[in-house]
Design a protein around this ligand. Structure first.
Ligand code: ADP
Ligand code: MG
Length: 285
C-alpha cells in the first residue's frame, strides 16, 4: 500500500471509507475502498472476497475497473484499489435536477441507458477474463449485480457511466451453467432451479427498469412509507406515467422491464436489439 499516496475521502460505504489515492509510480489517481474487517462476520468477509474475485473478471468500459487488493492483517484492514470515477454517481445528478426543477433531456437518458445496459449485458452474458489467478481459458460467466440503483452507477473521468458497487453481486454457479449449456437437455432439472436462475437475471432487469424510470420522473416508480405497502405496489406493477416530454418509445421500454412476470421482461440481449440502431450510433459520440 506504500505505492499509493492517500488523498481525500470521497465517500462512505457500508463497509468503510472510499478514499482518493495517487499511485506513486505514475501519478495516476485511483479510488481505494478501505474496509475494517474486525466488525465483519465470516459471511460478510466471504462476501467481500467474492466481490473482489467477481470484479477481477470484469473488464468493460462501463464497469468500474478493479485493480488491486491488499490485506493489512495487523490493522485488520482490506484495501481495494479501483478506477476513480470523478463525476460522482447518478443519484447526485437526479438530486440536482430535482433541486433545480429541471429534467434530463431524452438524449441524455438514452445515452445513460445504453451504457448501463452494455455494462449489465457484460455481467449477464460476458466472458470471464480470469485475471485473478485462475488458469482456465475464457469461459462464459453470469454475474448478477443485484443492487442496480442510481447510487451505484458512477461517472468516470472518460465521461462514461460505470456500473459499480458489486458488494451484493453473485456469480451463478458455473456447474449449473454448464449443466444447462453443455450437457444436453437437462430433463431432470427441477422447476425451481430453472425459474430461480431466470428470475435472478430478470430481477436485475426490473431494477434497470426502475432506474430508467427514475431518470425520467426523478423519483422511483414504486414508493411507500412502509415495506408491506411497497410490496403490494410492486406486486401490482402499476406505475404513474413518466413526464409527457418523453417519447412513448422510452415509456414502452420501461413498461417492458417492469412487467410483474419475470418471463415477460426482456433480457439485456433483447433490449439491445430493441434499441433503435441509429439512435445508438448517435449516442456513442
Ligand atoms: P456501498 O457498498 O456502501 O454502497 P459504494 O461502493 O457504493 O459503497 O461506495 C459508496 C460511495 O462512495 C458511492 O456512492 C460514491 O459516492 C463513492 N464511490 C465509491 N466508489 C467510487 C469510485 N470508484 N470513484 C468515486 N467515488 C466512489
Ligand atoms: Mg453503493
Amino acid at each position: 500500500m506504500e505505492q499509493y499516496e492517500p488523498l481525500e475521502i470521497i465517500g462512505t460505504g457500508s463497509f468503510g471509507l472510499i478514499r482518493k489515492v495517487r499511485r506513486k509510480t505514475d501519478g495516476k489517481i485511483l479510488a481505494r475502498k478501505e474496509i475494517d474487517y474486525r466488525r465483519m462476520n465470516e459471511k460478510e468477509r466471504n462476501q467481500l472476497s467474492a466481490e473482489f474475485s467477481i470484479l477481477c473478471e470484469l473488464d468493460h468500459p462501463n464497469i468500474v475497473r478493479y485493480y488491486d487488493r491488499h490485506v493489512d492483517k495487523i490493522n485488520c484492514m482490506i484495501y481495494i484499489i479501483m478506477e476513480y470515477c470523478e463525476g460522482g454517481d447518478l443519484s447526485s445528478i437526479i438530486k440536482k435536477c430535482k433541486k433545480e426543477g429541471t429534467f434530463l433531456s431524452e438524449n441524455t437518458i438514452w445515452h445513460f441507458f445504453t451504457q448501463i445496459l452494455r455494462a449489465l449485458h457484460e455481467c449477464h452474458y460476458g466472458y470471464g477474463k480470469n485475471k485473478c489467478g485462475s488458469n482456465h481459458s475464457q469461459q462464459h460467466i453470469t454475474i448478477l449485480h443485484r443492487d442496480i440503483k442510481p447510487d451505484n452507477v458512477f461517472l468516470g473521468s472518460d465521461n462514461k457511466l460505470k456500473l459499480g458497487d458489486f458488494g451484493l453481486s453473485r456469480k451463478l454457479n458455473l456447474d449449473r451453467e454448464f449443466a444447462q449449456t453443455y450437457v444436453g437437455t437437462p430433463f431432470y432439472m427441477s422447476p425451481e432451479l430453472i425459474t430461480e436462475s431466470l428470475y435472478d437475471v430478470k430481477s436485475d432487469i426490473w431494477s434497470l427498469g426502475c432506474l430508467l424510470y427514475e431518470l425520467c420522473a426523478l423519483q422511483p416508480p414504486f414508493q411507500a412509507k412502509s415495506q408491506p405497502v411497497l410490496a403490494i405496489k410492486i406486486s401490482t406493477g402499476t406505475i404513474s406515467p413518466i413526464p409527457s416530454r418523453y417519447s412513448d418509445e422510452l415509456y414502452n421500454i420501461i413498461k417492458a422491464m417492469l412487467m410483474v412476470d419475470p418471463n415477460k421482461r426482456p433480457t439485456t440481449m433483447e433490449l439491445i436489439k430493441m434499441l433503435n440502431p441509429n439512435k445508438d450510433i448517435a449516442y456513442r459520440e
